[in-house]
Design a protein around this ligand. Structure first.
Ligand code: GTP
Ligand code: MG
Ligand code: MG
Length: 254
């Protein structure tokens, strides 16, 4: 086919392949979910329905990208870890970022009514996303530790904050005032002494977030003798900061 005289514009497109042999992390985060959660009356501080909808969207992303070996979600965000040697979409930045984000977003909207059947979506939810490359296993572990620490810090704050508002009848600005400058220990004590809540008894999902892992298939071997990653994605709510999680799953960082 003859090339049109306009075709030269294609040459303006820049190559954008991600550095080889580095871990690819994609993090999606709900755009303006403070507002979306209010407009749709999400339960405070944690809404199981909304969190499970996030998990569903993340599993759909892992179906689309079999090179994603693990994902971690909390609040309105999800992080996806690609195997280091992934060649998905020739490692093209824009392709990976846009397919992850649009798969996540459309799945979130598509499955909304299953999780929030009595709350019609008032407008299309959107997510932003970024790609970060990490050179070694240490940074990957620190990355996920960072996200899980964030889950804990936010959950502790939000739990006491909403207890002050919902149970003690404080205004939101008074609750902020009361908590200003307090450390974890004080928040834990206040939760227990004022509201009888033992932080450690709160659901693991709230305290640890959600981890999705592709567990290694032990039986299935490919023709060249290499182990094929299982397509089964397991849902966990566990500590991913300590060694135990990673020691039992060395394939995640291979
Ligand atoms: N009530 C409720 N709100 C939630 C829940 N999960 C997330 N949110 C809301 O979503 C917000 C997520 O925080 P951010 O991602 O920092 O804020 P954002 O409003 O989405 O702003 P950008 O990400 O910068 O667009 C929280 O501050 C909450 O308001 C939930 O389970 N229950
Ligand atoms: Mg957000
Ligand atoms: Mg967020």
């Amino acid at each position: 086919m003859a090339v049109s005289k306009f075709a030269y514009v294609k040459s303006f497109e820049q190559p954008d392949s991600l550095l080889p042999n580095t871990y690819i992390v994609v993090r999606v985060d709900g755009h303006a979910f403070h507002r979306l959660s209010q407009d749709h009356q999400f339960i405070r501080p944690n809404d199981d329905r909304a969190l499970q909808l996030m998990d569903h969207a993340a599993k759909d992303v892992m179906k689309e990208f079999t090179d994603i070996v693990m994902a971690f979600g909390e609040s309105d965000e999800y992080s996806f870890l690609f195997r280091k040697t992934s060649t998905a979409h020739k490692r093209r930045h824009a392709k990976i970022l846009s397919i992850v984000t649009s798969t996540f977003t459309s799945s979130y909207a598509f499955h909304w009514s299953k999780y929030l059947p009595n709350t019609p979506l008032q407008y299309p939810p959107t997510f932003d996303a970024r790609v970060v490359l990490y050179p070694s296993a240490k940074e990957i572990r620190d990355y996920f530790s960072w996200r899980q620490s964030d889950t804990h810090v936010n959950n502790l704050y939000n739990t006491i904050f909403w207890a002050l508002v919902q149970q003690a009848g404080e205004t939101t600005s008074r609750a902020h005032e009361i908590l200003k400058g307090t450390v974890s220990k004080q928040k834990n004590e206040m939760l227990y002494s004022r509201f009888g809540i033992n932080y450690n008894d709160l659901p693991l999902r709230y305290r640890k977030g959600t981890t999705l892992v592709r567990e290694k298939a032990t039986s299935e071997n490919t023709l060249d003798g290499r182990e094929k990653p299982s397509s089964e994605v397991v849902v966990l709510h566990c500590d991913i900061i300590k060694d135990e999680f990673w020691d039992g799953r060395r394939h995640l960082l291979e």
